[in-house]
Design a binder for this molecule. Sequence first.
Ligand SMILES: N[C@@H](CCC(=O)N[C@@H](CSC=O)C(=O)NCC(=O)O)C(=O)O
Length: 280
Amino acid sequence: MLELLSEHACFGGVQRFYRHDSQAIGLPMRFSVFIPANPDNARLPGLFYLAGLTCNEETFMIKAGAQRFAAEAGLILVAPDTSPRGANVEGEADSWDFGVGAGFYLDATKPDWSKHYRMQSYIHELRELVIAELPVDGARVGIFGHSMGGHGALTLALKNPQAFKSVSAFAPIAAPIKSPWGKKAFTGYLGDNQETWEQYDASVLMARLQTPFPAGILIDQGLGDKFLDEQLYPDVFEAACRSAAQPLELRRHALYDHGYYFISTFIEDHIRFHAKNLTA
Ligand SMILES: N[C@@H](CCC(=O)N[C@@H](CSC=O)C(=O)NCC(=O)O)C(=O)O
């Protein structure tokens, strides 16, 4: 059951914040939704946004400026939190890139973490929930995200193309097996066997892809991003797309950094990309 926490008129539609008891996580979780004006109560395409390290369910709705364009396109936006809250695992709040605010959109297997840190399953649960409880058309759901959330969006879509029919990302952690953030998260949540990490590496999944996304994948990357060289590896994902014959538009932008000024600059293009793919 959904508990409505707050509701705000926004661009002719409504911005809402909800809490619910998650079965996948085993704890209450929060998420946000933007629903455009929908006088006929029609089923509308839905677009999930997965946020990055240190973010929560509010960050995207407050900072990205997406609602204006979702209102124009007739898209419902859904933004989950980035980790369980209140799991009380020892050390879970000790660093900003692991634990609280850093669930990495995977299902942990290591003891202590495996009980609640199940964000991959949670995103699927939330998808089913918004289809059941809100006017989201289950046949027209897309996904995008930023940094850790870009990694989440790419891996969830690549593994579940029937669930997520359109995918894009801002500055994704595109080859986490090579990235210090990814190595820390995978070691902590999954253990030392690197073969188990591959199911959560977008570049590995892309290299093995059987059926490309016909509408292509859109990625924007700032060249002034301080995390680009050490953490993100868009070139590795680009090479994997080439080998899998996956159409990819990877746009590299001089000067832009890793933050929400970058995202808000290009958010309109992403909303239009998904609206086109999900209404075709
Ligand atoms: N605290 C960190 C910076 C954390 C950061 O930059 N988080 C990004 C996502 S990074 C990858 O997932 C973010 O989206 N932050 C929210 C925001 O409002 O910018 C540091 O000290 O560098």
